[in-house]
Design a protein around this ligand. Structure first.
Ligand code: KIV
Ligand code: ZN
Length: 514
């Protein structure tokens, strides 16, 4: 058995995907869960990209103790220095710096010759090593680069002090055989490669990210990078939970150990989906809602006779026991708080009281409170920020009849502290609410996507609304779970607006260019 380090970039490459904008508390929550999940390295963000990213990376580096925390930097002095300021409080400060090595990137994006690119890479690694004990260097667009140029530049950056060499398939272009062969070639030709970690980083444009990552492992990779649920730029990155489960189920073949705590898989996946607003497709490997559902009669019959006939992964392996009944309406604050701790939440007294009040309210109208319900309540409190004045829904009322014009009236507190009552109509109840809220927030709102789903099972299940919108042309995602889907929709809408106000408070992210 050899060890594969799992490098999670959900908070950097994942957060780069369209429509995702996590705030600092949410990023910290995800980082804590990743630490519990057992990832070796957490890429917490790109500190030089915005004050908000800087603050989040610093908070995560100062908080997380059992995973190495890293941040991204271009080959620019200011980026490396900003990263040091953000990461120096970490247990083992680690920097990730990169430059593109493919002809198309060097010529059109960087406008640099290959010699200049080598020089920049070497200078940046040398500078980074003045601060950081661990420096990862990435050859962006490695799979469309000349392999002998890769060998040359890698020889130089290893000499300059890089401790990890990453070989990204930036545009998801490689096939498994090609990607595996590239790792073999680098392993055989780069000087000193045996002294550093060799890392795979796959994007999923051709749906080959998992196969490519496994091919890299078979050919010498000692670290793999990816995101939870495979979120990321365009078609996303490799889904780390798929790699971790594949290495576990087929350890007879791969002979590797990832250190991932598999029973935290479901929780990690749900948290990332909830906070990013990116839904998990039902048939997604490992964490999809249907990953363990057996519909056909032949399969069900086989399962009853021996589950191993059709089930190679059990729900228990990935911690999917979420429909368990955990607390009832007579449960007290003590039982509630112990359960919260068992579930891995660390809430202040104030937040715990607010979560307990929400639990009591829910328990009054919902017979069974499941772990999924508790997860929603506790996460909502955990990630709440009180630093910025935002919109707060006080009430929403909708008049609907098949032969009436649906009309909504909303009472809400605005960021200026005033309470306003607004009303509008729409073609349906949801549109009436959205039109009313658009008046309230006094800006141009365009709805890109809107989904409602149930959090657990049964007719009294919580309804979760997720909304992607643009507010004054800036994309934002909002969500809320309530017992009534109309209330959840109104709150999700205001959540999307509020998240933008919070983001604006910490300034916008600047685009990543090099
Ligand atoms: O895909 C990529 O090339 C990257 C680099 C920044 C490592 O994410
Ligand atoms: Zn990437």
């Amino acid at each position: 058995m050899h060890k594969i380090d799992i490098f999670d970039t959900t908070l950097r490459d994942g957060e780069q995907s369209a429509g995702i904008n996590l705030n600092t508390q949410e990023k910290l929550e995800i980082a804590r869960q990743l630490e519990k999940y057992g990832v070796s390295i957490i890429e917490a963000g790109f500190p030089a990209s915005s004050p908000g990213d800087f603050e989040a990376v610093k908070l995560i580096a100062d908080t997380v103790k059992n995973s190495v925390v890293t941040g991204l930097a271009r080959t620019i002095k200011g980026d490396i220095e900003a990263a040091w300021e953000a990461l120096k409080g970490g247990v083992q400060p680690h920097l990730h710096t990169f430059i593109a090595t493919s002809p198309i990137h060097m010529q059109y994006k960087l406008n640099k010759t290959p010699e200049q690119v080598i020089e920049l890479a070497v200078e940046s690694v040398k500078l980074a090593r003045k601060y950081f004990p661990l420096v990862q260097w990435s050859a962006e667009d490695a799979t469309r680069s000349d392999k002998d140029f890769l060998v040359r530049i890698m020889n130089e950056v290893i000499k300059a002090g890089a401790t990890t060499i990453n070989v990204p398939d930036t545009v998801g272009y490689a096939t498994p055989a090609e990607y595996g062969a590239l790792f073999k070639y680098l392993t055989e030709n780069v000087n000193g490669i045996e002294r550093v970690k060799l890392s795979a980083h796959c994007h999923d444009d051709l749906g080959l990210a998992t196969a490519n990552t496994l091919a890299a492992i078979e050919n010498g990779a000692t670290q793999v990078e990816g995101t939870i649920n495979g979120i990321g730029e365009r078609a996303g990155n490799v889904a780390l939970e798929e790699i971790a489960v594949a290495l576990h189920i087929r350890k007879d073949y791969y002979q590797t150990e990832s250190g991932i705590i598999l029973k935290e898989t479901k929780r990690t996946s749900q948290l990332v989906s909830k906070l990013t607003g990116v839904a998990i497709q039902p048939n997604k490997a490992v964490v999809g809602k249907n990953a363990f559902a057996h519909e056909s009669g032949i399969h069900q019959d086989g399962m009853l006779k021996n589950p191993e006939t059709y089930e190679i992964i059990t729900p228990e392996l990935i911690g999917d026991a979420s429909t368990e009944l955990v607390l009832g309406k007579h449960s007290g604050r003590h039982a509630f708080s112990s359960r919260a701790v068992e579930m891995g939440f660390h809430l202040s007294d104030e937040k715990l009281n607010a979560a307990f009040a929400a639990f009591k309210k829910l328990a009054d109208s919902k017979k069974e409170i499941t772990e999924d319900d508790l997860f929603v309540l506790l996460t909502d409190q955990q990630v709440k920020t009180s630093e910025v004045d935002v919109y707060e829904l006080e009430s929403v009322q909708v008049q609907y009849g098949t032969s009436n014009i649906p009309t909504a009236t909303v009472q809400a507190k605005t960021p200026s502290g005033q309470v306003e009552v607004v009303s509008s109509t729409g073609a349906g109840s949801v549109e009436a609410i959205f039109n009313t809220l658009e008046k309230l927030v006094n800006g141009k709102v365009h709805i890109i996507d809107y989904r409602v789903s149930s959090v657990s099972k049964g007719r009294d299940a919580l309804g979760e609304a997720v909304i992607n919108l643009t507010y004054n042309d800036v994309v934002s995602v909002g969500r809320n779970a309530s017992q009534d889907v109309l209330e959840a929709s109104a709150k999700a809408y205001l959540n999307a607006i509020n998240r933008q106000l919070i983001k604006a408070h910490y300034q916008e992210r600047v685009p990543v260019t090099q």
